[in-house]
Write a protein that binds this ligand. Structure first.
Ligand SMILES: [Zn+2]
Length: 108
Protein backbone atom coordinates (compact mmCIF):
# COMPACT_ATOMS: atom_id res chain seq x y z
CA UNK A 1 0.00 0.00 0.00
CA UNK A 2 1.29 3.40 -0.94
CA UNK A 3 0.62 5.93 1.84
CA UNK A 4 0.33 8.76 -0.67
CA UNK A 5 -2.42 6.83 -2.47
CA UNK A 6 -4.12 6.07 0.85
CA UNK A 7 -4.06 9.77 1.71
CA UNK A 8 -5.77 10.52 -1.61
CA UNK A 9 -8.32 7.76 -0.99
CA UNK A 10 -9.07 9.31 2.40
CA UNK A 11 -9.60 12.73 0.83
CA UNK A 12 -6.35 14.24 2.07
CA UNK A 13 -4.06 16.44 0.04
CA UNK A 14 -0.30 15.95 0.20
CA UNK A 15 1.73 19.11 -0.28
CA UNK A 16 5.50 19.52 -0.26
CA UNK A 17 6.35 22.96 1.12
CA UNK A 18 9.22 25.05 2.40
CA UNK A 19 8.68 25.20 6.17
CA UNK A 20 11.17 27.96 6.81
CA UNK A 21 13.62 28.38 9.65
CA UNK A 22 11.05 28.29 12.47
CA UNK A 23 10.09 24.73 11.58
CA UNK A 24 13.37 23.42 10.22
CA UNK A 25 13.21 20.31 12.40
CA UNK A 26 9.62 19.41 11.53
CA UNK A 27 9.47 16.67 8.89
CA UNK A 28 5.75 16.93 8.17
CA UNK A 29 2.48 17.99 9.71
CA UNK A 30 -1.17 17.16 9.42
CA UNK A 31 -3.61 20.04 9.05
CA UNK A 32 -7.11 18.76 9.86
CA UNK A 33 -8.77 22.01 8.88
CA UNK A 34 -7.39 21.94 5.34
CA UNK A 35 -7.31 18.11 5.22
CA UNK A 36 -3.72 18.38 4.14
CA UNK A 37 -0.50 16.59 4.98
CA UNK A 38 2.34 19.06 4.52
CA UNK A 39 5.82 17.65 4.04
CA UNK A 40 8.90 19.76 4.64
CA UNK A 41 10.73 20.16 1.32
CA UNK A 42 13.96 20.14 3.31
CA UNK A 43 13.61 16.41 4.11
CA UNK A 44 13.21 15.54 0.44
CA UNK A 45 15.59 17.97 -1.20
CA UNK A 46 18.95 16.29 -1.10
CA UNK A 47 17.96 12.68 -0.56
CA UNK A 48 18.31 10.01 -3.21
CA UNK A 49 15.44 8.16 -1.52
CA UNK A 50 13.06 11.12 -1.67
CA UNK A 51 10.08 8.97 -2.71
CA UNK A 52 10.64 6.65 0.24
CA UNK A 53 11.06 9.61 2.56
CA UNK A 54 7.83 11.18 1.34
CA UNK A 55 6.01 7.87 1.85
CA UNK A 56 7.40 7.56 5.39
CA UNK A 57 6.31 11.10 6.31
CA UNK A 58 2.83 10.65 4.86
CA UNK A 59 2.35 7.26 6.56
CA UNK A 60 3.27 8.86 9.91
CA UNK A 61 0.84 11.75 9.39
CA UNK A 62 -1.97 9.36 8.44
CA UNK A 63 -1.87 8.22 12.06
CA UNK A 64 -2.51 11.80 13.20
CA UNK A 65 -5.46 11.90 10.82
CA UNK A 66 -6.81 8.73 12.45
CA UNK A 67 -6.40 10.44 15.82
CA UNK A 68 -8.28 13.45 14.56
CA UNK A 69 -11.24 11.46 13.26
CA UNK A 70 -11.30 9.30 16.39
CA UNK A 71 -10.22 5.97 14.86
CA UNK A 72 -7.34 5.75 17.33
CA UNK A 73 -7.27 7.29 20.77
CA UNK A 74 -5.24 10.46 20.87
CA UNK A 75 -2.69 10.49 23.66
CA UNK A 76 -0.97 13.48 25.15
CA UNK A 77 2.79 13.52 25.36
CA UNK A 78 4.81 14.37 22.30
CA UNK A 79 7.45 11.69 22.21
CA UNK A 80 5.23 8.69 22.94
CA UNK A 81 2.61 9.90 20.51
CA UNK A 82 5.19 10.32 17.76
CA UNK A 83 6.50 6.82 18.46
CA UNK A 84 2.97 5.46 18.08
CA UNK A 85 2.60 7.24 14.76
CA UNK A 86 5.91 5.74 13.60
CA UNK A 87 4.81 2.27 14.74
CA UNK A 88 1.55 2.64 12.84
CA UNK A 89 3.45 3.72 9.71
CA UNK A 90 5.81 0.73 9.88
CA UNK A 91 3.04 -1.74 10.63
CA UNK A 92 0.61 -0.83 7.88
CA UNK A 93 2.92 0.26 5.08
CA UNK A 94 5.89 -1.36 3.43
CA UNK A 95 8.29 1.54 3.90
CA UNK A 96 11.80 1.76 2.48
CA UNK A 97 12.60 4.62 4.89
CA UNK A 98 11.94 4.60 8.64
CA UNK A 99 9.88 7.66 9.66
CA UNK A 100 11.81 7.95 12.93
CA UNK A 101 15.04 8.10 10.94
CA UNK A 102 13.68 11.01 8.88
CA UNK A 103 13.16 13.03 12.07
CA UNK A 104 16.58 12.12 13.42
CA UNK A 105 18.09 13.45 10.19
CA UNK A 106 16.43 16.79 10.80
CA UNK A 107 17.50 17.04 14.42
CA UNK A 108 21.14 17.17 13.41
ZN1 LIG B 1 3.73 13.05 14.34
Amino acid sequence: MDPVQVAADWGLKVAVEEFGDAARAVAAEYDPRLKTIRVNARVLGDRCDAAGTLAACVAHELYHHLEHIGCVRSRPGGRQREALADAYARRYFDLAVDPAQVRRTLER
